[in-house]
Design a protein around this ligand. Structure first.
Ligand SMILES: Nc1nc(=O)c2c([nH]1)NC[C@@H]1CN(c3ccc(C(=O)N[C@@H](CCC(=O)O)C(=O)O)cc3)C=[N+]21
Length: 297
């Protein structure tokens, strides 16, 4: 059997068309243009690629993109002052501070200084608490994108056993909350889980978000299970180049899984599309307008 491919690239492209429609309608009916501010501190090359890609897609759907690039020597006070300015700017509906931040900056402090209503990453403690208690929140983009792919493929997720590998605040924990919200039985596994292979073999849904290249082999996958690969790892190739791989070993997993989201072309494009979706949602909430269906949970 060869797994069905969960085509995040195509899904995200359709979602961006839908978002562009909502952006055009907001502009026509209300004269409002949703705005997203992205803040990048330092010169990490991978981060620069993502920030460029986010800016391009933000403009493509008709929204305003504000990019702030700061040197890696930026003080915490200066970064907090910029965030205060963006919090107060009515043209800015969403604020994303690219992570990881340079080591001298306290990322918890920085993230919690963002107005929760503009926190399109969903990382502010207030949004984390709202999500955890089933209230209306800004939902983290990567888990939201994974959930959209899973719902699209399965319809209802109720009663399925989901094993989330990874316990980060940005993927593992919010992913588990979303799956619980959809009535899955959820296990959060991690590097210290005893007999991880046996645990993963019980899963109807596997979400791999550990940050270790190709660490999940096909013989950990229950035949027919759905595999969502969140990993983004650049590895060396034999010809001296590099290539992007996920946290699962694609070929061996695709041979046993019922469905699998590949890297690249799976969760990555969904993350950016969900960032745009969150910005539209934040813009509608800020203006007291009904938010479009289908952009969040
Ligand atoms: N505050 C914050 N929010 C984030 O959402 C955030 C962040 N910081 N820091 C970095 C990570 C990483 N991230 C990705 C987004 C899209 C792709 C993506 O589109 N990947 C393409 C391939 C891109 C390539 O070729 O490099 C794909 O998987 O098909 C990857 C990674 C968002 N992040």
């Amino acid at each position: 059997m060869k797994a069905h491919v969960l085509d995040g690239k195509a899904f995200a492209a359709k979602l961006r068309v839908t978002i562009a429609g909502h952006v055009a309608a907001l502009h026509q009916a209300q004269g409002i243009v949703p705005g997203l501010a992205v803040v990048l501190v330092g010169e990490d090359p991978a981060s620069q690629v993502y920030v460029r890609s986010k800016g391009k897609m933000t403009r493509e759907v008709g929204m305003q993109s504000f990019e702030h690039r700061l040197p890696d020597t930026t003080s915490e006070a200066d970064l907090l002052a910029l965030i205060a300015q963006l919090n107060a700017d009515p043209a800015v509906h969403g604020i994303l501070v690219q992570l990881p931040l340079p080591g001298h900056l306290n990322s918890d402090l920085v993230i919690n200084s963002i107005d929760p209503a503009k926190d399109v990453d969903g990382f502010h403690i207030s949004n984390v608490g709202l999500l955890g208690t089933g209230q209306k929140a800004m939902v983290p983009c990567t888990p939201l994108g994974c959930l959209m792919l899973l719902r699209d493929h399965h319809g209802s997720l109720a009663g399925k056993h989901a094993v989330v590998i990874g316990r980060s605040n940005i993927v593992g924990k919010p992913m588990a909350q979303l799956l619980l919200g959809d009535s899955c039985t959820v296990t959060i596994a991690h590097s210290r889980t005893a007999d991880l292979a046996a645990m993963v073999r019980q899963a109807d849904i596997v979400v791999a978000a550990v940050g270790r290249a190709q660490m999940v082999p096909g013989d950990w996958i229950k035949p027919g299970a759905t595999v969502v690969d969140v990993g983004i790892n650049r590895i060396a190739t034999d010809d001296g180049g590099t290539r992007l791989v996920g946290d699962v070993d694609y070929d061996s997993c695709a041979a046993v899984a019922g469905a699998i989201a590949p890297v690249p072309g799976g969760v990555g494009p969904m993350t950016i599309a969900c960032l745009l979706a969150n910005t539209v949602t934040a813009c509608c909430r800020a203006n007291g307008l009904a938010e479009p269906a289908g952009l969040t949970v």
